[in-house]
Design a protein around this ligand. Structure first.
Ligand code: SAM
Ligand code: SF4
Length: 340
């Protein structure tokens, strides 16, 4: 097997035999929230020339679709605060029409969803993830600093009315929302939405102390077991979530546990930042610049070559650590840069 064909339609298979079929793309590093575990309140954002234009985003996503990506997730920062972002969705929806792309999806904080839900549906978006860590308005404000829960919940309603399946992502934070996990689950399941719990990851400098926020999901699961019957199920969405079905609610509960257990064996994804940097692993520094090959020529040869070389170096896995003494993130870049 060779990784050096600079050609489209050569599937991306990494050195460990994993097919890369899932691309997550951050379309902006900006956000209208300042979640405490994600950003410092005072963030410096990238200058505009560094950021891929909407045309470049379409071009690079389309190159990945040519090379076998079946699932595309748009993220950020907050993707829906990017100016004219619907232009990108409208463009990318052509790959759904041709059948080359199976799914076009989105991770959002929900603040702009009420405005965009119908258009997203018209672009073929059928499932989205909305990040909500609490349904208590004051607590929501404390966690997101700038967020308004009412707007987000209106957004969730609008998406559901538009016919989009909503999954709720909740970061489990020790001493912050851990007492609300069961309630959130009952709420989400009551509306027919899956809930996925996420462990905090040590990504980027923030204002607070990481080790104080970290809550192992093994503990959460054990606690939930005291009140609910959790049945292991095979359900997979192509992501790293492992699901159980909750007998009492009839809903699904997912767990994303990068800290307590390795989900690398079946990793099928790569991540592109809004500056066109491709990360082959969320937990490793190695990256490839795709912006330079794109800007160097109108043809895609250099871009395909850069993608092939990058996939050829996809690492086997990651090893996150929160350094307890120095309270340094194990990776310097923020989740809002790499895209959650
Ligand atoms: N702004 C959008 C949102 O909040 O859904 C998309 C980008 S956000 C970076 C994607 C996901 O990453 C969110 O669910 C967020 O809660 C999660 N996230 C951010 N920082 C994290 C961290 N340090 N550890 C774990 N999850 C994090
Ligand atoms: Fe913004 Fe999402 Fe980060 Fe919260 S988690 S600050 S909404 S990018």
């Amino acid at each position: 097997m060779s990784f050096h064909h600079a050609e489209p339609h050569v599937p991306m298979i990494d050195p460990f035999g994993r097919h890369v079929t899932y691309l997550r793309v951050s379309v902006t590093d900006r956000c209208d929230f300042r979640c405490v575990y994600c950003m410092a309140e005072n963030m410096t954002f990238l200058p505009k020339r560094e950021i891929l234009t909407l045309e470049e985003l379409d071009r690079v996503c389309s190159a990945f679709v040519d090379k076998g990506v079946r699932k595309l997730r748009i993220t950020g920062g907050e993707p829906l605060v990017r100016k004219d972002i619907m232009t990108l969705f409208r463009g990318l929806s052509r790959h759904l029409d041709t059948g080359h792309l199976e799914e076009l999806t989105l991770t959002t904080n929900g603040s702009q969803l009420a405005r965009y839900a119908d258009e997203l549906h018209a672009c073929g978006v059928r499932r989205i993830n909305v990040s909500i860590d609490t349904i208590d308005p004051d607590r929501f404000h404390a966690i997101t600093r700038w967020g308004d829960l009412t707007k987000v919940l209106d957004g969730v309603d609008a998406a559901r009315r538009a016919g989009i399946h909503v999954k709720i992502n909740m970061v489990a934070l020790k001493g912050v929302n851990e007492d609300e996990i069961a309630e959130m689950m009952v709420w989400a399941h009551g509306l027919g939405m899956d809930l996925t719990l996420i462990e905090t990851m040590p990504l980027g400098d923030i204002d607070g102390d990481r080790t104080e926020q970290y809550l192992p999901l093994s503990l959460v699961r054990a606690r939930l077991r005291e009140r609910f019957t959790l049945d292991e199920i095979d359900y997979r969405t192509g992501g790293p979530s492992r699901y159980v079905s909750v007998r009492e609610t009839g809903g699904r509960l997912g767990f994303i546990t990068p800290m307590t257990h390795n989900f690398c064996e079946s990793c099928n994804r790569v991540r592109l930042t809004c500056t066109g940097t491709l990360y082959m692993c969320l937990g490793q520094e190695d990256a490839a610049d795709l912006r330079a090959p794109m800007r160097s020529s109108e043809a895609n040869d250099a871009l395909y070559t850069a993608i092939d070389e990058a996939i050829g170096r996809k690492p086997k896995g990651h090893d996150f650590i929160i350094d307890r003494r120095r309270n340094k993130p194990s990776l310097g870049r923020h989740m809002s840069v790499t895209g959650g």
